[in-house]
Write a protein that binds this ligand. Structure first.
Ligand SMILES: [Zn+2]
Length: 206
């Protein structure tokens, strides 16, 4: 999923209602509500052409809706991580850096849930790769400079870029998918095999 942060007068951005990158039609208005054709006013609203909902802006800040973003969490996300994930989503628009700090905490707790130490994201993710997490996940951590910044501020994600922070939500979902959801699905399939087949697989693996 791509993300384009909402920005004043932008032709398109990720709509906080329908979460798609969609065209925005801008209307400028005065304090008493009268709309004007020129842009030299503090008040504006944008209408999403995809879902037709409005965002309301004062100056360069979007004040409504005040709902953050909602990227559906993986169904198998542990409750301890889910709580932090949702909180990060709720403050994301106002404070990407605050959301990043929460998501980092979420990744640490998730790593702990998966049997890692939870002190160093770099080491923990490295270990999870050995246990079956695709190496691309570690590479994507590098690309969002989560690990790169650890050289300067050990263990910190220091970013104000909303698009980068957006990637962290997806990252948590990917880790949950590979380390919790997929193994659970495979175990479910395995359990449905007839006993004779399971015995044969066990014999083969010896
Ligand atoms: Zn929309």
């Amino acid at each position: 999923m791509e993300y384009s942060p909402p920005k004043l007068k932008a032709k398109s951005f990720t709509c906080p209602y329908c979460q798609t990158i969609s065209q925005q039609n801008w209307v400028y208005f005065l304090w008493e509500g009268r709309t004007v054709t020129h842009e030299h006013t503090k008040f504006s609203r944008a209408q999403c052409v995809h879902c037709m909902e409005h965002t309301i802006w004062v100056g360069e800040t979007m004040y409504y809706p005040d709902k953050g973003i909602s990227i559906p969490p993986n169904e198998m996300m542990p409750a301890s991580v889910l709580k932090i994930y949702l909180e990060a989503g709720s403050i994301y628009n106002k404070s990407p850096r605050g959301a990043a700090a929460l998501l980092r905490l979420g990744i640490q707790i998730l790593c702990k849930e998966l049997g890692e130490k939870g002190n160093n994201i770099n080491d923990d993710i490295g270990n999870l790769v050995k246990k079956g997490l695709p190496p691309i996940v570690k590479e994507s951590l590098d690309s969002v400079r989560v690990i790169g910044n650890e050289a300067v501020h050990p263990g910190q994600i220091d970013t104000e870029d909303p698009a980068t922070v957006f990637g962290l939500f997806e990252l948590i979902n990917i880790i949950v998918e590979y380390m919790i959801a997929l193994p659970a699905k495979v175990t479910g399939l395995y359990g449905k095999l007839p006993q004779g087949k399971i015995d044969a697989i066990k014999k083969r693996d010896v």
